[in-house]
Write a protein that binds this ligand. Structure first.
Ligand code: HEM
Length: 411
């Protein structure tokens, strides 16, 4: 069988996936995956080239052409909102437009703002643990890893639970994201279109409110930027950033990273014991969980100019899938990559957050959330363990590794 025929990333267990990728890196590090019509790039240096070589690889079109096949009712509803097909988004633009959007987002998601988030994240983590600590068991996704990043992002944006219906906002934002990326039935298209437009109107009104009454939050920063004489972004661009580049980009990814981290830390009790005994090792444990089984397994580019990669000729317009999760296990960069080893002496940059001009803008925030979560959980629940004999179900996805249910218990 060829690598293309053998490659079945959906539903494959982690160990078999890693062993397939090891074989691919050794035999044919760039191969064409017939089923999806896309080049699969597996070794570290080639993944690095795909993500950093802007002359040959572009992120333009990354999110796909917006679904042209919406039903008439959904189109009617969407026409009342932002023409999002033509409004540029940070993750599928390049050149000056990308730099312009990224500069603004970078200033607003600044290290200072991330530092300021620390006490709020700690409060959120404590409150979530308080809710299940006496039960002696929990379903981690539902009770911790789903709600935490939503709360953190809503705090960052400035949605206070006292003033806003957070569940409704989450639903509206999720539905806008689904409209973009998921095949939907006609009825779903209509509902999602309604929610997308409601969400846009809501953000527009809040930006206006913050213009009148500033606070210390993202909405206020964006309102200030828009009100400036030389505003670098348009109001429509800002409105789309909230569901797509802040909530969408930061929620599912961090949720999955938290669940993966807990799963791998608890698979071997001595890993958990090590952070219970010495919390100063937690930052290294976080890095190792991100490297070992990152939540974004692969990311996409399109070939701009014909180029040779891994002995293959890639043509303009070809789609490329850079397997970040394989680069993170490349034996030429990481000693014994299959070992989970938080204290590994040689630690090259891992690829979970990508690299280059599109490097994830939320990486510092995600790392901080993971760190605080592991600190609090290990100190308050030193005896935490996986419930025995549970299946570990994953979402059906090629690009991400998302555990959908994880049962934990303690005495
Ligand atoms: C563990 C959690 C996370 C992972 C694994 C992750 C991973 C990624 C990856 C792989 C990319 C694609 C980069 C590329 O195209 O080369 C990306 C982009 C991005 N991420 Fe994250 N992300 C995480 C959390 C977050 C959070 C919390 C936020 C925001 C609050 C965020 C905001 C963004 C933005 C705005 C981009 C687009 C950057 C650009 O195109 O210039 N991410 N992320």
């Amino acid at each position: 069988m060829t690598l293309s025929q053998e490659f079945k990333p959906i539903g494959q267990d982690h160990a078999s996936l890693l062993s397939f990728l090891e074989e691919a890196r050794a035999q044919e590090p760039v191969f064409f995956w017939e089923e999806q019509g896309i080049w699969v790039v597996t070794n570290y240096d080639d993944v690095d080239t795909v993500m950093t070589d802007a002359a040959h690889f572009t992120a333009e079109g990354n999110l796909g052409v917006m679904n042209e096949g919406y039903c008439e009712e959904a189109r009617q509803i969407l026409s009342k909102g932002i023409d999002w097909i033509n409004v540029p988004q940070i993750n599928d633009t390049e050149g000056k437009t990308h730099t312009r959007l990224r500069t603004v987002m970078q200033e607003i998601l600044s290290p200072k703002r991330v530092r300021e988030m620390q006490p709020k994240i700690e409060r959120n983590v404590t409150a979530l643990i308080d809710q299940f600590v006496d039960k002696k068991h929990c379903e981690f996704v539902d009770e911790f890893s789903y709600p935490l990043p939503v709360q953190v992002i809503f705090d960052l944006i400035g949605f206070e639970s006292t003033d806003h219906d957070l569940k409704k906002l989450q639903l509206w934002s999720d539905d806008m994201f689904r409209l973009w990326l998921t095949p939907l039935t006609k009825q779903e298209q209509i509902t999602c279109a309604q929610h997308a437009v409601q969400f846009q109107t809501y953000i527009r009104e809040l930006l206006e409110e913050r213009r009148r009454a500033p606070q210390n939050d993202l909405l206020t920063d964006f309102a200030r930027e828009l009100a400036g004489e030389n505003a670098r972004v348009s109001e429509d661009e800002v409105i789309l950033m909230f569901p797509m580049n802040i909530i969408g980009a930061g929620h599912e990814t961090t949720k999955a990273a938290l669940t993966n981290a807990l799963y791998h830390m608890l698979r071997k009790p001595e890993r958990w014991q090590a952070i219970v005994d010495d919390p100063s090792t937690i930052p290294n444990a976080v890095e190792e969980t991100l490297r070992f089984d990152g939540s974004v397994f692969a990311w996409y580019r399109t070939v701009r100019d014909g180029v040779a990669l891994g002995g293959k000729e890639l043509k303009p317009g070809d789609k490329v899938m850079a397997v970040l999760g394989s680069a993170n296990h490349d034996e030429t960069k990481f000693n014994e990559p299959g070992d989970f080893c938080p204290m590994r002496p040689k630690r090259p940059k891992q690829m979970t957050f990508s690299t280059g001009r599109h490097f994830c803008l939320g990486a510092p925030l995600a790392r901080l959330e993971l760190q605080i979560a592991l600190e609090e959980l290990s100190q308050r629940l030193p005896g935490l363990r996986l419930k025995k004999e549970q299946p570990i179900p994953y979402m059906e996805s090629v690009a991400t590794r998302v555990i959908t249910e994880l049962h934990l218990e303690w005495d």
